[in-house]
Write a protein that binds this ligand. Structure first.
Ligand SMILES: [Zn+2]
Length: 294
């Protein structure tokens, strides 16, 4: 590792901690229709505003042993898991994704999936606004990366990924809609909102190229098979959450882990793509050396 790479990864980790803390706020407030900016962070049990030193990602949770300083209410481990997980995944993206200009876009799309995952884990409604805003901001960041250093072919591939994921999501929601008429599987819109998480994942898989997309898809299919097993187990047990809730959580998990799998595969195959693209080959590649020869 060069010093520059270490610095990039460290910065990404610190940004990831802050973003993870923000995602916790998004996951708690957006489903309740609360403002993201006002009031500042507070304990939902006793309403007391948090001092800055009680609001440092991961560190405060450990220092307070997972309890509110004022009222002693438990702060769920989910909170700190999102902070630490976001930081770890941002480090992975920074270490693997090239050119570096594409790191912010991939991080934003990944964070969108993590926010949906946090909401699903809380049993909250998955706000479509989070998917829409997160995907739009992430795509804009990738467009900047395409224009500055990566080449437009990547952006075309990311668009193809979004289209493919959107079609898969629509097909899935139609299926979920048909299943919803069966007893015990209500809340079909919850499943459809979960399927929307495939869209940011499609953008990441498309952008990273064919091998990472294949790797991410394999991870996604494996997770989906595991989730189907969990859902059928849940059908037999009444103390577990509803099948719709499990289905929704599982779809978001497929989307997030497909992104992680794709980024991991990009790290293993590690052929930095410089402007070319498998699906739009040659469109933005530099001309061959003999091009200008007589
Ligand atoms: Zn409290």
């Amino acid at each position: 590792m060069t010093a520059a790479l270490v610095a990039t990864v460290v910065v990404a980790g610190l940004v990831g901690l802050a973003v993870g803390s923000f995602l916790d706020v998004v996951a708690f407030r957006v489903p309740l229709g609360l403002s993201l900016s006002r009031p500042g962070s507070y304990c939902p049990a006793c309403d007391r505003p948090l001092a800055w030193f009680d609001n440092v990602p991961v560190v405060s949770w450990l220092a307070l042993r997972g309890r509110c300083r004022t009222c002693g209410a438990r702060i769920p481990g989910r909170i700190v898991a999102v902070e630490a997980g976001t930081a770890a995944l941002f480090c992975l993206v920074a270490a693997v994704v090239r050119p570096v200009a594409a790191v912010p876009g991939c991080c934003i799309l990944l964070a969108t999936g993590l926010a949906l995952g946090a909401m699903a884990a809380d049993g909250s409604a998955l706000a479509p606004s989070v998917t829409i805003v997160g995907t739009a901001v992430g795509a804009a960041a990738l467009a900047v990366a395409a224009g500055t250093s990566a080449g437009w072919g990547h952006l075309v591939d990311a668009g193809i990924g979004v289209g493919a994921a959107g079609l898969a999501g629509l097909f899935g929601s139609a299926r979920a809609g048909r299943l919803a008429i069966r007893p015990g599987l209500g809340n079909r819109s919850g499943v459809a909102d979960g399927l929307a998480a495939l869209v940011p994942a499609g953008a990441v898989l498309g952008w990273l190229g064919p091998w990472p997309a294949a790797g991410g898809s394999i991870v996604g299919v494996v997770v989906a098979i595991g989730a189907a097993g969990a859902a059928s187990a849940a059908r037999r047990s009444s103390r577990l959450p509803s099948r719709a809730e499990i289905g929704r959580t599982a779809v978001v998990a497929v989307a997030v882990l497909a992104m992680v799998g794709a980024i991991g595969t990009a790290g293993i195959t590690s052929h930095p793509r410089r402007g070319g693209s498998a699906l739009s080959a040659g469109r933005s590649d530099p001309p061959p050396a003999h091009w200008a020869a007589p």
